[in-house]
Write a protein that binds this ligand. Structure first.
Ligand SMILES: Cc1ncc(C[n+]2csc(CCOP(=O)(O)OP(=O)(O)O)c2C)c(N)n1
Length: 204
């Protein structure tokens, strides 16, 4: 069944409500405002069972779009795994560490290509993550060896509360107008939630 924007929004709202009641004893990073772009990417690239998704601390939407059943995902979040959701069965693996997984994504793509297996890799990260050295190296390697991996940069303008463009002294991401842009999908959005949690202290 095709997921709608409303389905994704409602899932995050439900998690927000549960989190506000102090029932999740671990960090959660809620996102709203990029549902249409994510749905479009999954549809346009026809992302399916053979494909691998890598993500970070904010991957609820990605898990739903990759086909993780709603209740299975909800249970994992209730179990405190929101920032590192891993469902090998559905080929989605996430990490809470900035700069992690990029080499893993490239390595997976290398294996798929050399073993002539079906499937591609999509790794979704934020704008500040996309400015790290390891992102640059990973994109360079993937580009030079023409590996089946696409880097998706979801630009909300900030790293927690730090302005990414001001930090790097440039209004553009480093890859704009370079040959590496061919490996990257880039879009801007405004997150309707704070970076992490709900912006207020939650007591357990
Ligand atoms: C190695 C490491 N350093 C710091 C952090 C804390 N941290 C978590 S998310 C984040 C912001 C990253 O910004 P961006 O890549 O733009 O992601 P987004 O705003 O989309 O969440 C930081 C600094 C971390 N998780 N890992």
């Amino acid at each position: 069944m095709q997921l709608t924007k409303k389905d994704i929004e409602n899932f995050e709202k439900e998690i927000a409500e549960i989190f506000s009641q102090g029932k999740i004893r671990a960090p959660v990073h809620l996102r709203a405002g990029r549902e249409d772009q994510l749905i479009k990417i999954f549809q346009e690239y026809n992302i399916g069972d053979d494909d691998y998704i890598y993500g970070y601390w904010d991957s609820h939407e990605l898990a739903l779009l990759k086909g993780v059943p709603r209740e299975e995902l909800k249970q994992a979040i209730l179990d405190g795994k929101s920032i590192s959701l891993c469902f090998p069965k559905y080929k989605i693996l996430c990490s809470g560490i900035v700069g992690s997984l990029m080499g893993t994504a490239v390595g997976t793509a290398w294996a798929l290509k050399t073993q002539r297996k079906p499937g591609r890799v999509f790794i979704f990260c934020g704008d500040m993550s996309a400015e790290t050295g390891v992102f640059h190296e990973s994109v360079k390697y993937a580009h030079n060896f023409d590996l089946p991996v696409t880097f998706v940069v979801c630009d909300n303008g900030v790293s927690v509360m730090t302005d990414t463009r001001e930090t790097w002294g440039s209004q553009e991401p480093w890859f704009a107008d370079t040959k590496y842009a061919a490996k990257i999908i880039y879009f801007k959005y405004k997150n309707e939630y704070p970076h992490s949690g709900l912006g207020k202290l939650i007591k357990f």
